[in-house]
Design a protein around this ligand. Sequence first.
Ligand SMILES: CC(C)(COP(=O)(O)OP(=O)(O)OC[C@H]1O[C@@H](n2cnc3c(N)ncnc32)[C@H](O)[C@@H]1OP(=O)(O)O)[C@@H](O)C(=O)NCCC(=O)NCCS
Length: 179
Amino acid sequence: MTFWKKFFDNTSMFDRFGNINVVSSLKEVILVKHLENRGKKVDIYLTTDKNINLYELEQLCDSVGWVRRPLKKIKAAIDHSFITVCLFYRTGEKKKLVGFARATSDTVFNATIWDVVVHPDFQRKGLGKILIDQVVLQLRGADITTITLFADPQVVSFYRNLGFVTDPDGVKGMFWYPR
Ligand SMILES: CC(C)(COP(=O)(O)OP(=O)(O)OC[C@H]1O[C@@H](n2cnc3c(N)ncnc32)[C@H](O)[C@@H]1OP(=O)(O)O)[C@@H](O)C(=O)NCCC(=O)NCCS
């Protein structure tokens, strides 16, 4: 049995939660969207498996112009995240990462979403929404009630659309940086 056969045999195992397919186990892979990219039909899959190719993730972050960070630190950040969500499609025996998001958490009260990214070729096709919906559903599944994130100015309305509010009750995000 090939890798992909084994891999995709799992795709029918999912729970229904509203309109969203919720990944119910770590290694599970679910089909989330049929898209067209450059005239080709592409099936987009979602997984919360943390076994992520760091070079691919770096390429994805490069594609949106983010400053590079040491891979060793990214690996540690992923290992210590409460959840990671990856979106990918397959080309032959390989998979191509096109979306990523992660959240850190104290596991009971609070969580913060980080590193939300969709490859430019796949933006404005609903994948960012799928990433955030999945993260939120997973966190709500753990009964976490306060979910925060830091939005770049150009994506505030993207997050607003998905139910996030800026400065609730006048609360301000504050940062400390080394001088
Ligand atoms: C922000 C980002 C993740 C959005 O992903 P996406 O796949 O393009 O988003 P979606 O297609 O799921 O969009 C969902 C909705 O938000 C809207 N939207 C998407 N990007 C938006 C933006 N930058 N500003 C306002 N609305 C936006 C879409 O039009 C869509 O609205 P609709 O449901 O009414 O059609 C993606 O543009 C990205 O990776 N940007 C670069 C990295 C980045 O800035 N990350 C966020 C750091 S805080």
